[in-house]
Design a protein around this ligand. Structure first.
Ligand code: FES
Length: 168
């Protein structure tokens, strides 16, 4: 099978790879790069377990051919923390104890990060709408929504603090 030489930028690191025509980003992340936070659920782009950020936007890595992503910035759950400090959304999920089996959490967190990055003051109904495409079979939706609300407060407060410090 023909292979394509590509360079992928994942979590601020470049990776030179040989990929097949049909290899999904999820396959490459998990099998070639050892980044296993993104999970295989449906393989059809419908459950959200495989969500990563592509240029800051939530994307379903199971249905995106890796060879199409050269030149794009890919962020996985492993790349969210900075200097060992969890991202505010990760911390909110820990605080709200929003995990049961944990299989959906990668997608829930990555989708929430993308949403709050684009819409830091997203309404409750907007959060529900956006997360509706991420499936959780354990039923921890109440805690997950609580976590995103908590993260929204932290993101808004952080933005306000940054604004103050910039103006000072
Ligand atoms: Fe990608 Fe379900 S595994 S959306």
């Amino acid at each position: 099978m023909k292979k394509y030489a590509i360079t992928l930028a994942v979590n601020r690191q470049s990776h030179a790879l040989l990929v097949s025509q049909t290899a999904s980003l999820l396959e490459i992340l998990r099998n070639d790069l050892g980044l296993t936070a993104a999970k295989y659920g449906c393989g059809l782009g419908e459950c959200g377990a495989c969500t990563v950020l592509v240029d800051g936007k939530a994307a379903r890595s199971c249905i995106i051919p890796a060879r199409h992503l050269a030149g794009h910035a890919i962020t996985t759950l492993e790349g969210l923390a900075a200097d060992g400090t969890p991202h505010p959304v990760q911390q909110a999920f820990i605080t709200a104890q929003a995990a049961q089996c944990g299989y959906c959490l990668n997608g829930m967190i990555m989708t929430s990060v993308a949403l709050l990055h684009q819409e830091p003051d997203a309404s409750d109904s907007r959060i529900r709408d956006v997360l509706a495409g991420n499936l959780c079979r354990c039923g921890t939706h109440i805690e997950i929504l609580e976590a995103v609300h908590l993260a929204r407060q932290r993101v808004v407060v952080t933005a306000q603090l940054n604004h103050v410090s910039i103006e000072d």
